[in-house]
Design a protein around this ligand. Structure first.
Ligand SMILES: Cc1ncc(COP(=O)(O)O)c(C=O)c1O
Length: 456
């Protein structure tokens, strides 16, 4: 594969970046962080493990207030998929910030152009839309429209290790941490296992994962464990927070058929996986599956807080009963950011670019798997990537301490990215040049090697 080095607005010279002038977090970062955290509480593990203070970003580069320059391997948090401060998107937001910031859910020209464009790029008959201001509120709207579209059915089925946000409904679809979320999930929410090819629960005689067994289990579960009032399934196409866990290719087609046979709706929570992140508009397109309801977020506005719920044609009218009214959903700045993001993806061929970067990463990571005893599994679809670290390749025991050290070591070398226990998660912007991606992966490789020396 020949490397592609584009002289686009996001060009990065790997001889100049990363550039660590003072060991991060440097003195200015530490002082600012101390001032802020006197009042601002509850930081994520990402920040606690590496409390640098960022000053600005451009494309695939982040710069902290001590002057250190980093390659961005996290896109904020899977958000700035098209790079930090894309000129076209920043300009679109600025234009509408000077023109009309908010007019409730009145029709505007920019919203009209956005919905027309969405109907054009989304697969199948996903032609009904509402807009929200976070992934969680889009998921909640998805649940409401699911109930409306199923004539008021209440029960929902989701999957182990999926993440769907932090409101009561979102939390009830995911892993409940009782000390903060309350003693239990909301009534009517059920969870079932989903296939993970690296850690299969059911296998065939040849050792490969048996997706039919999962579907058979769902049939049993619906019959025995619900009150037969199930509206449908809600799943992430690929588990983001769960650790870039990819399903086997036959899973979603089988689940789609199962839902159709049993009069169940299928909602895909594509907050993290959509908008070029995996090389498609929707990740579900990889398996030719059109969900009935989709939540879209993060990269949808490339950093501007705008999200979307889309439904298939037969369920459009169900939106009438849940109302599109919200304080910020679909405001002109938000619509402008979302429309500009779609145009950028088209103009810069970023679906193809994301796919190519994923293929390049897979090759590089496969080498890491061969060479390192602690690399158990590697995976990538477009710019959604993961490396699973284990204490032993045969027992597959998770190696959390190694995950933490690799994260910190690579960060110290100038790679801004996301920690996640024993699974290293990477989500670089899709405008990244080949050699920048490979440089970042080299830094991870080096950090794995150093960690292995310390711990094994
Ligand atoms: C699949 C999925 N759904 C929902 C959410 C919640 O989105 P937000 O943090 O924008 O509310 C997230 C956030 O990470 C997510 O990954």
């Amino acid at each position: 594969m020949t490397l592609v080095s584009e002289t686009s607005w996001a060009h990065l010279d790997i001889n100049e970046v990363p550039d660590i002038k003072v060991a991060p977090p440097g003195p200015k970062s530490r002082a600012m962080h101390d001032r802020c955290t006197k009042y601002f509480k509850g930081l994520s593990g990402q920040v606690k493990l590496f409390p640098v203070v960022f000053d600005y970003g451009k494309g695939c580069e982040l710069v902290d207030i001590d002057g250190n320059r980093y390659i961005d391997f996290s896109s904020g948090i899977y958000v700035t998929t098209l790079g930090h401060c894309h000129p076209k998107i920043s300009q679109a937001v600025a234009t509408h910030a000077h023109r009309l910031m908010n007019c409730h859910d009145f029709t505007t020209e920019i919203k009209t152009r956005l919905v027309e464009k969405l109907a054009e790029v989304l697969p199948g008959d996903l032609t009904g839309f509402q807009f929200y201001d976070s992934g969680t509120t889009a998921v909640e709207a998805g649940l409401r429209v699911m109930r409306a579209a199923s004539n008021g059915k209440q029960e929902m089925v989701s999957c182990f290790y999926d993440y769907h946000g932090k409101t009561y409904g979102g939390v009830s679809l995911g892993h409940v941490r009782s000390h903060v979320y309350g003693p239990t999930r909301a009534p009517g929410f059920h969870m079932v296992p989903r296939p993970d090819t690296y850690r299969p629960m059911w296998t065939k005689s040849d050792g490969s994962i048996d997706t039919d067994k999962y579907i058979e289990f769902y049939a049993q579960y619906l019959d025995k464990a619900t009150v037969h009032n199930v509206a449908g399934f809600v799943l992430e196409p690929i588990q983001g927070w769960g650790g870039s866990v990819m399903p086997p290719d036959d899973f979603f087609p089988k689940l789609r058929a199962f839902c159709d046979e049993n009069d169940l709706l299928l909602m895909a929570d594509e907050v993290l996986t959509s908008w070029a992140r995996t090389g498609k508009w929707l990740c579900m397109e990889h398996w030719d599956v059109v969900p009935d309801i989709v939540s879209i977020g993060k990269g949808f506005g490339n950093g501007f807080p705008v999200t979307c719920v889309a439904v298939r044609e037969p369920y459009k009218e169900s939106f009438e009963s849940i109302s599109a009214s919200s304080s910020y959903g679909g405001n002109p700045m938000a619509c402008a950011a979302a429309l500009a993001s779609i145009e950028v993806i088209e103009e810069e061929n970023l679906l193809e670019r994301s796919t190519r970067l994923g293929e390049l990463a897979m090759k590089r990571m496969a080498k890491m798997k061969e060479e390192h005893a602690i690399v158990g599994d590697v995976r990538a679809k477009g710019c959604l990537m993961g490396i699973e670290l284990v204490k032993d390749k045969s027992t597959k025991e998770p190696f959390d301490e190694a995950g933490k050290r690799v994260y910190q070591k690579a960060f110290a070398k100038g790679l801004a990215w996301i920690p996640a226990g024993h699974i290293l998660r990477m989500s670089p912007p899709v405008v990244m040049e080949d050699e920048v991606l490979l440089k970042g992966l080299d830094m991870i490789d080096e950090a794995i090697g150093e960690t292995e020396k310390e711990l094994c």
